[in-house]
Ligand binder design. Structure first.
Ligand code: PEP
Ligand code: MN
Length: 372
């Protein structure tokens, strides 16, 4: 059960003190307090855990300071959609809006390599009107002898260059708790020229200690990849770990699942799950066509499979696209074979815009059709 407090209730208010006293007196019930900072006010939610079946919704709604009561009907307590749900599915970070209704493109380098390549990429993004990117500094690799990423050494100059080109958010994977601290320190040392969305990679989707640590890093939003060998429910529970530690600014990323049934693609593309994730949770949904498809192969229609996959996701309402680009893919230290070239960025963005328009028209059609 979730108690949503009136927006003006402060911890020092008599109403709040009486409410907490009452909750403390309930046998078999513990609670966790979440504060979601919004544009105008802080929203306080109290999650009741334990024997809540015996509690009356009417009684709980009458407690001091309580605005509404939501009975949790399924497992993702914070991020899930529940019966009589009216909670928002949106957040803002560093001037960028994330929701289940809009679309942001995060095109960029799979892995940071040279300052020249980073600058060329950022320049192309700025020229195309983009404010978000992806830049991997910590790379989890299959082969221990492969390039592992520049790590914290590259952060200051990557952040400074991002600021120079007006980039507001960089999606950046972290694989250990210390990486969050390194990112925080580098942002501070460079004067916060940009923002970072912490990325949990598919290999770490069920690294619960990492999830808890990133969930405690409340100042950063998080992009969590679906685990490549686990069920959707298991991956959504992984996202809930972040929220259970107080970080509900989470975007969920579909990136394909591992099976030979996906051949000739790198993974079996799972973008048909976009509407399912939106129905089950309040998270904006991202797609990663690069790591799903894994190549630049084209069909006879002249369109790359990765662009077909992107369009399929966007036409189904994807809210974010994470996609690999590189100025010279043959020189990329990671995943060059799937990188799009910077000259292809305007074409890619136009193709995405066509698919987005189709999605918006489909929504309008559904809204005015009784059969929908
Ligand atoms: C990535 O986005 O750089 C990446 C490693 O992706 P995934 O975790 O989906 O393999
Ligand atoms: Mn990659």
């Amino acid at each position: 059960m979730i108690l949503i407090l009136q927006p003006d209730v402060r911890t020092e208010d008599a109403r709040y003190v009486r409410l907490i006293e009452h909750l403390d007196s309930l046998a078999g019930i513990t609670y966790r307090i979440h504060r979601e900072p919004g544009a105008q006010q802080v929203l306080t939610e109290i999650y009741l855990i334990g024997e809540t079946a015996g509690l009356s919704e009417t009684d709980m709604a009458a407690l001091p300071g309580v605005a509404r009561v939501v009975r949790v009907s399924q497992p993702y307590r914070v991020l899930g959609r529940h019966r009589d749900e009216q909670r928002a599915s949106a957040f803002d970070y560093n001037g960028i809006h994330f929701s289940q209704d809009n679309l942001n493109v995060f095109a960029g380098l799979c892995a940071v390599d040279t300052p020249e390549h980073v600058e060329l990429t950022l320049k192309a993004l700025a020229a195309a009107g983009q404010q978000c990117t992806r830049m991997g500094a910590y790379k989890p690799r299959t082969n221990p002898y492969s390039f592992q990423g520049h790590g914290k050494a590259c952060l200051p100059w990557v952040f400074e260059l991002a600021g120079k080109y007006g980039i507001k958010v960089i999606a950046m994977e972290v694989t250990r708790e210390v990486h969050v601290e390194e990112i925080r320190e580098a942002l501070e040392a460079t004067g916060q020229p940009t923002g970072v969305m912490l990325q949990i990679g598919t290999r770490n989707t069920q690294n619960f200690e990492l999830l808890k640590a990133v969930g405690r890093a409340h100042e950063f939003p998080v992009l969590i990849k679906r685990g490549f060998g686990i069920t959707l429910d298991e991956s959504l529970n992984a996202a809930e770990y972040l929220a259970s530690e107080g970080n509900a600014r989470v975007v969920f990323c579909l990136r394909g699942v591992k099976t030979n049934m996906g051949d000739p693609h790198r993974n079996l593309v799972d973008f048909t799950h976009i509407p399912a994730v939106k129905r089950l949770t309040r998270m904006p949904v991202c797609i990663d066509p690069s790591h799903s498809v894994g190549s630049r192969q084209k069909s006879p229609d002249g369109i790359m499979d990765a662009l077909h996959a992107t369009a399929q996701g966007v036409v189904s309402g994807a809210n974010m696209v994470l996609v690999d680009f590189h100025p010279v893919p043959s020189k990329a230290l990671v995943d060059g074979a799937q990188a799009l070239r910077l000259e292809e960025l305007p074409y890619f963005l136009e193709d995405v815009a066509i698919a987005r328009e189709a999605y918006e028209r489909r929504r309008e059609l559904a809204a005015r059709t009784e059969l929908a």
